[in-house]
Design a protein around this ligand. Structure first.
Ligand SMILES: Nc1ncnc2c1ncn2[C@@H]1O[C@H](COP(=O)(O)OP(=O)(O)OP(=O)(O)O)[C@@H](O)[C@H]1O
Length: 776
């Protein structure tokens, strides 16, 4: 293949969120890309930054191999999911035109697993299965039946009440045991489920028994069952191994144990395997993914792979590249690769919106963009957890900004949003005018918010009794409380009754009323006690706070607030099915890109998101950093970052403090250096230039400037007055504990791993007193 291949523009994806590359008339492959395309026949690992044209490169690589006479039937390409597979098939056709009659096969892991499964059925090793692959719905239904059967008496009521959560816990246990191949007990412990939930293990075991007795398989079993067979029988391995000459695997950073094993079996001793991915973008840990696979495990098991990099991005400009590089270099144990905006890539605006009311700021910025002719489909609002979307969604509805919500039912279907409306129904007096059945539903909802601790049948019966009255429910409830109840239950019921008696008499705004109800009923305490996981407790409480916040900005009395919600509901059903601004969690944006990306909640409450107990803090911070890294590298033309006021020393609560990651991203330097390079790009200057800086440059910034052949000076004074940052070197010596490696930078502390494996945190302020740096 000759140098400087010109290729036609991609026609990929017109759906929002998918890359759409119309602007490119033709492109010249970079040297890095060409090196990969023309490399020899050996195992290789390609580390590719976000937007670096991996698909393009891989497609060319395959055609290069075919040009050299490789049989397309002996080339296998493994893609992460179906969308990626279809995307790649398109790219292959595009690159090849009509030159080749046969194209190699592009498969997802699951499709490959299924093929093995069928093979093993023919071999008589696996039993045949019937019908359709089990849907999530069927699995959940079956788990639900089994949960009710196996839950001990003490949990029966909780199971009924928290159906969704229990099903989720059981199915996560089931999935993780299949992707990790570890025993259920071990997975149960790793997931840190509470001990009294041990009956979930039994539930999962019974599920498997049910599945097998009905000859059904799930999506996960397509990999799990064949790999289990392969593990147990060397003869079977001979059947499947060594069929391929070349195997290419995409998104390898999110590979898990079972996928990795399958790859090894298929490759055997014959295939040369190339894996592509970005360890800094590993975000599927909840499915057992670990950066370890691409960083080390691959090289341990596929001998001496060649290492390649794709370090130029064609997606975002210098500012985003600099922010992302600064941020991610706070992770340790990574491969030292930074991203660089390619010279042909347009610059990306970065807007930092500090302080003020975040939702209001967001709506303001959206309004500006849309009034200026922006398309809603070009914009994505990304957040860490769903509860953050609640106030945003309500505000978008109210401002008639169309949106689509990816993967969630939306705020109006949210349990807490419903319950808060019930509180307002009672406070406004509208409850008395509802028909009796509807009234019973609202009262039952209120008896669960916070839960009064009655068994569900009793609770519903009580709601029906109370619903016969059209006022004074507090008094009725108080009267109903039987003496025979436990003291604790009586206390809870009385507390609720008192709050109910006061509600209709309250005057203030809906926000005031809701705040009163939350405090008076000790709502958060109960939510915390009853939630099955830390995450759901946080999510619930944050949902409530999100609505409360929204009500505060509305600042209307309860009846008008309810009418406003009715209107929102009407608007929501009117805009169903239409496109709009994308609302999504950061986790769901893998492989996607948008012209405009808005990241909300860059504060200490959400990024890093609160840790579950027992988790390793360093691992947790690293994973959260990767997530933000992925989120910010989705932007093409503009990135908006919403944070609390930076450098505000008075901030007390977590959501008032800017995320530590904002500081780590070195906003000032990144923006200044980025702007300089953007300007220079416009003038098309290639000769060496000089960058005058008022700020102290970071090592990342100087490295970035060096690449662009730019000279710079460090302001001497700033450099001298700055105390030595001992933690910025790799190796340090502690005057008592000896030598160690700095493994994490934790805001105002850093962590050191000593030779004996001990890890300890030290404050940066006092570090110079007992540490000396050994460089590195
Ligand atoms: N050498 C190049 N010059 C200019 N543009 C390029 C080059 N290589 C790839 N691109 C463009 O970069 C964009 C991303 O490329 P491609 O679709 O191949 O990568 P991808 O695999 O989707 O990206 P990612 O690395 O994020 O997975 C496309 O618009 C593609 O046309």
């Amino acid at each position: 293949m000759t140098h400087h291949v010109l290729i036609t523009p991609s026609i990929r994806g017109h759906e929002p969120g998918f890359p759409n590359h119309h602007h490119q008339a033709s492109m010249q492959l970079t040297e890095e890309q060409q090196r990969i395309i023309q490399s020899g026949f050996e195992h290789s690992v390609i580390t590719a930054v976000a937007g670096s044209g991996k698909t393009t490169t891989l497609a060319h690589r395959i055609h290069h191999l075919m040009d050299q006479g490789h049989d397309p039937r002996r080339i296998l390409i493994l893609m992460f999911n179906r969308a990626a597979k279809e995307d790649f098939e398109r790219k292959l056709r595009q690159v090849a035109g009509t030159h080749y009659r046969e194209q190699p096969e592009v498969r997802t892991y699951h499709a490959m697993g299924l093929r093995l499964y069928q093979r093993f059925i023919r071999e008589g090793v696996l039993p045949a299965f019937v019908g359709q692959v089990l849907s999530d719905q069927e699995i959940h239904f079956q788990l639900w039946q089994l949960l009710r059967r196996h839950a001990p008496e003490s949990h029966q009521d909780s199971v009924k009440r928290n159906k969704k959560e229990y099903i989720e816990l059981a199915s996560r246990l089931l999935d993780m045991s299949k992707t990790s191949l570890l025993p259920l007990q071990t997975v149960f412990e790793q997931l840190e489920y509470r001990k009294e939930l041990a009956f979930l293990i039994e539930v999962v075991n019974s599920f498997e028994a049910w599945r097998k007795s009905h000859s059904r398989i799930s999506f996960a079993d397509m990999l799990y069952e064949p790999v289990k067979c392969l593990q147990e029988s060397p003869d079977l391995v001979k059947l499947v191994a060594d069929k391929m000459d070349v195997i290419l695997v995409d998104e390898y950073q999110d590979t898990n144990e079972i996928q990795h094993l399958l790859l090894r079996y298929i490759a055997g001793a014959r295939a040369r395997v190339t894996v592509v991915g970005d360890p800094d973008q590993t975000i599927y840990e909840f499915r057992g993914a670990q950066p370890e696979f691409i960083l080390n495990r691959f090289a341990e098991e596929f001998e001496s792979p060649r290492e390649f990099t794709l370090s130029y991005t064609f997606r975002y400009g210098h500012k985003v590249a600099l922010l992302a590089n600064h941020l991610i270099t706070h992770n340790h144990g990574r491969k030292d690769l930074l991203c660089r905006s390619h010279k042909g890539t347009p610059s990306t605006d970065v807007n930092v919106l500090q302080g003020g009311d975040e939702t209001r700021q967001l709506v303001l910025q959206l309004g500006r963009l849309l009034n200026g002719g922006g398309e809603p489909e070009d914009i994505a609002i990304l957040f860490r957890v769903w509860s953050q979307a609640v106030p945003v969604e309500l505000a978008l509805l109210a401002h008639r900004i169309p949106y689509r919500i990816d993967g969630d039912k939306g705020a109006l279907a949210n349990r807490e949003v419903m319950h808060i409306q019930y509180v307002l129904e009672m406070a406004s007096g509208r409850l008395g005018m509802l028909e009796e059945n509807k009234r019973a539903e609202v009262l039952a909802g209120l008896l669960r918010f916070p839960h009064v601790g009655l068994k569900d049948d009793t609770l519903r019966e009580l709601a029906h009794i109370l619903a016969q009255h059209d006022a004074h429910w507090g008094d009725q409830l108080l009267e109903w409380i039987p003496d025979s109840l436990h003291a604790l239950q009586k206390r809870k019921l009385k507390r609720t009754a008192q709050a109910w008696s006061l509600l209709p008499k309250m005057k203030g705004s809906a926000a005031d009323i809701v705040r009163f109800y939350i405090d008076d009923t000790e709502l958060f305490k109960t939510l915390e006690e009853l939630a099955l996981t830390h995450d759901t407790a946080d999510e619930r409480i944050n949902n409530v706070l999100g609505v409360e916040h929204y009500l505060a900005t509305l600042n209307l009395p309860s009846l008008e607030t309810l009418q406003h919600f009715d209107e929102l509901r009407r608007l929501a059903s009117a805009q169903k099915q239409q496109g709009g601004v994308t609302l999504s969690t950061m986790h769901r944006t893998k492989g996607l890109e948008w012209p405009v990306v808005m990241l909300i909640g860059l504060n200490e409450q959400y990024l890093p998101y609160s840790m579950r107990g027992g988790e390793d803090i360093v691992d947790h911070l690293q994973a959260e950093r990767r997530l933000l890294y992925v989120a910010m590298t989705r932007a093409k033309e503009a990135l908006y970052l919403f944070t609390p006021t930076l450098n505000d020393k008075t901030a007390l609560s977590k959501d008032d403090k800017p995320s530590r990651f904002v500081k780590e991203a070195c906003m000032d330097v990144s923006m200044a250096v980025g702007e300089f390079l953007d300007q220079r790009k416009q003038t098309d200057a290639n000769d060496s230039a000089h960058y005058e800086s008022g700020q102290r440059l970071t090592p990342i910034a100087t490295r970035y400037l060096d690449w662009h052949n730019v000279n710079y000076e460090q302001p001497a004074q700033a450099a001298a007055s700055e105390p030595e940052q001992i933690w910025s070197g790799d190796r340090v010596r502690h005057s008592i504990l000896g030598e160690g490696e700095v493994i994490a930078d934790l805001d105002d502390a850093f962590q050191v791993e000593f030779e004996d494996g001990r890890r300890m945190n030290f404050s940066k302020k006092s570090a110079h007193l007992y540490f000396s740096s050994l460089g590195g």
